[in-house]
Design a protein around this ligand. Structure first.
Ligand SMILES: C[S@@+](CC[C@H](N)C(=O)[O-])C[C@H]1O[C@@H](n2cnc3c(N)ncnc32)[C@H](O)[C@@H]1O
Length: 333
């Protein structure tokens, strides 16, 4: 029976995605509501909504009350937009655009190529560039995954002598915002594709606005200079070795201009603290979703890429979040 249920896993994923997109957990925040009530509030049909909610209640994501209403559970609370560790956007992406690509997994298995070209007719980032609603979900989904790390990173090292941090491919700036909140003297820049920065800038909390900048650009060309700490989190993960080295080179060039500067490459790595289903799914995602040639790497493999790009590796640290940090400084002649 297990195989038969697992084969319906995509139905459950779609139910989670629809509930997340409609904001059902937000609507249940004040207490249980009938499906008809939630359907009226979201402009959808009550019968299919009740049916999908019953499936989600059966797997424990929501609960059905004796009078047939639906209520949040501790798990569905994390679908609320205002939950401190919300995964609402991640669920919308995983069950939405990513699920579309996973439907073409047989293409990946047959050809060894990622699915984006065969499903979207272009790479994921080029699709996101001209599909702003999908891009906003993607950015917020990356934020959902990055949020738990922001505090962990701030507590993991001494930032007292760091003045300026640049998060390269920093998305909505989740990590850099977390660091600025924790380290009051720090100034930061989130560097990402111009449209990502334009969307994120508007949402920065007033208390950080004078210390945080967003800079749009292309990390293959150059990165903002003058910082003494650069971060690359889950960025090299998307690219093959040649492109990964091409991303690292402009950072090495920027760090050669400052004294005591460091780069932190932060990823889940082979043999690191993320194991089991999480790492297995992440490895599969790299092959199906990421750019051609993206591959799981060990800390040694990441260190090797850094050395090729003009760095010397100064440390490797495991974080309680399961991520591994490869710390590097620009090699000097
Ligand atoms: C997997 S996401 C990681 C985001 C963030 N570092 C995190 O961990 O949440 C990769 C990021 O790289 C950015 N990116 C992709 N191509 C880029 C480019 N050529 N120049 C700058 N940023 C780029 C994407 O927009 C995206 O925000």
């Amino acid at each position: 029976m297990k195989a038969a249920y697992l084969a319906c896993g995509g139905w459950i994923a779609s139910a989670v995605g629809v509930a997340a997109s409609l904001g059902v957990a937000d609507l249940l925040a004040e207490g249980p509501r009938q499906a008809a009530d939630v359907a009226a509030a979201t402009g959808v049909h009550a019968a299919p909504l009740a049916s999908l909610m019953r499936v989600l209640a059966a797997v424990g994501l929501f609960a059905e009350t004796p009078d047939g209403a639906f209520a949040n559970t501790p798990d569905s609370e994390s679908l609320r937009t205002d939950h401190p560790q919300s995964v609402r956007a991640w669920c919308m992406l995983a069950a939405g655009d990513y699920q579309r690509l996973f439907h073409a997994m047989s293409h990946t298995v047959a050809t060894g190529e990622p699915a984006a070209d065969s499903v979207l007719g272009e790479t994921l980032y080029s699709y996101l560039r001209h599909t702003p609603a999908a891009a906003d979900v993607y950015d917020r989904a990356m934020e959902d995954l990055a949020r738990p790390l922001a505090g962990v990173l701030a507590a993991s090292r001494d930032f007292s002598r760091v003045e300026t941090v640049v998060d390269v491919g920093g998305g909505r700036g989740t990590i850099v915002r977390g660091l600025l909140r924790a380290v009051p003297h720090l100034r930061g820049t989130c560097f990402d594709r111009p449209d990502v920065c334009d969307r994120a800038r508007a949402d920065v909390e007033p208390g950080l606005r004078d210390r945080l900048a967003y800079r749009g650009g292309d990390f293959f060309e150059s990165v903002p200079g003058g910082a003494d700490l650069y971060i690359l989190k889950n960025v090299l993960h998307n690219w093959d070795d040649e492109r990964a080295v091409a991303i690292l080179r402009p950072i090495a060039a920027a760090l050669r201009e400052v004294e005591h500067g460091r780069l932190l490459i932060i990823e889940p790595v082979i043999g690191g603290g993320m194991g089991g289903l999480y790492k297995a799914l992440d490895d599969l995602l790299q092959l199906v979703i990421c750019e051609p040639g993206a591959t799981p790497r060990s800390a040694d493999a990441l260190s090797g890429l850094a050395v090729q790009a003009g760095f010397r590796v100064t440390g490797v640290q495991a974080l309680p979040s399961g991520h591994t940090v490869v710390e590097a400084a620009a090699a000097r002649a």
